[in-house]
Design a protein. Structure first.
Length: 349
């Protein structure tokens, strides 16, 4: 079976407008599932304007069944959802529906306008408890896409719960799949332990869901900088506006990034795990990093705080606890029960 796989991308530099493919969580999830599939060949689309295409090709040069092709993506994820199929439908239709070069389309991008076997991966969808108009505006299209699909995966159980509240008739179409990282993509490293007074912040500063401004305010109010605590950020989309003496910005390669995680630095992650599960979050726990989060039903983390006023106490009482990653990380040689030729063939029929 030959498959066209179309991820969505959101990790774009505000400095030059180019996408950073290898730093994108959606792409990490895509590659985890690609490695856990058994398709004969997989063609994966990536943005035309990217800063690391050569590094991408080098990193995955050993995957003989996989090839990457450039496609026209929008300036951001919202524009991509709005424009991708308008911009790319002609050539996709020609090769998929007319020439038959692909047997199935797997895509993160809602609203494919054509025919043929389609699987959707919706890593983020409307939830009534969250105010995300940039996501909510696509909900009706998402529901029609689910209806059209062979099946649609969501990454959080809460997503499926809400979709079925609105459209209970889609119960056989929506599947929760929390596996979003792959052991073969997470290299093991023997490195010196991280600086015990360093907090690693590898998130986008511009994404308000991570509460960077609130974190910095609490960091200073609690006097953590006066006690020698400092922060290392990656600022992956180049949006840091105000610097501080205790903040160091770095630009690691993907390999360097995993070396940092292997050193088990302290990470403060303030996004809501139960409504948006990131592959990056799973990588933190895979490497055994002590991750300070708000409470979560999905991941049984021991280092949780009710709010940022408890940050100092949690830093003093950190536990390097092991979390069972089996529900979230593919093991070597594991085949996903959804992304395999037999399941797609049966579902198509």
């Amino acid at each position: 079976m030959n498959v066209l796989w179309v991820p969505i991308f959101s990790m774009r530099s505000y400095a030059d407008g180019k996408y950073a493919i290898l730093k994108d969580g959606n792409f990490q999830l895509t590659m985890a599932r690609v490695l856990a599939s058994n398709f004969k060949s997989i063609t994966i689309t990536v943005p035309e304007e990217s800063s690391d295409f050569d590094e991408l090709l080098e990193r995955f040069k050993g995957l003989e069944a996989v090839r990457f092709i450039r496609a026209r993506y929008g300036a951001n994820a919202v524009e991509t959802r709005e424009q991708f199929w308008k911009e790319n439908y002609a050539w996709v239709r020609a090769q998929f529906e007319i020439e038959g070069n692909w047997d199935a389309l797997i895509t993160d991008i809602t609203g494919y306008p054509g025919k043929g076997p389609v699987v959707y991966n919706f890593n983020i969808t409307k939830l009534p408890e969250l105010n995300r108009p940039y996501i909510d505006k696509f909900f009706e299209t998402d529901l029609k896409s689910i209806e059209q699909s062979l099946f649609t995966t969501v990454i959080n159980p809460r997503q499926r719960e809400y979709i079925l509240e609105v459209r209970p008739d889609l119960i056989d179409k929506v599947i929760v799949d929390t596996k979003c990282a792959h052991a073969d993509l997470l290299p093991g490293h023997k490195v010196w332990p991280a600086d015990p007074k360093m907090i690693f912040w590898p998130f986008r500063i511009s994404d308000k869901a991570y509460l960077f401004a609130e974190f910095i305010e609490a960091f200073e109010e609690l006097g953590l900088h006066e006690d020698g605590w400092h922060i290392t950020i990656t600022d992956p989309n180049d949006t840091l506006a105000v610097t501080r003496p205790y903040i160091t910005a770095i630009k690691p390669t993907k390999e360097e990034y995993y070396r940092i995680l292997a050193s088990q630095p302290v990470i403060v992650m303030l996004d809501d795990i139960d409504t948006v599960l990131h592959p990056g979050t799973i990588e933190f726990f895979h490497y055994g990093c002590p991750v300070i989060t708000f409470s979560s039903n999905l991941i049984p983390n021991l280092n949780t705080i009710p709010d940022l006023r408890w940050l100092r106490k949690e830093l003093e009482d950190l536990e390097y606890n092991g979390v069972d990653m089996t529900p979230f990380v593919y093991s070597h040689g594991e085949i996903d029960p959804l992304y395999n030729e037999d399941f797609l063939n049966v579902t198509s029929n």
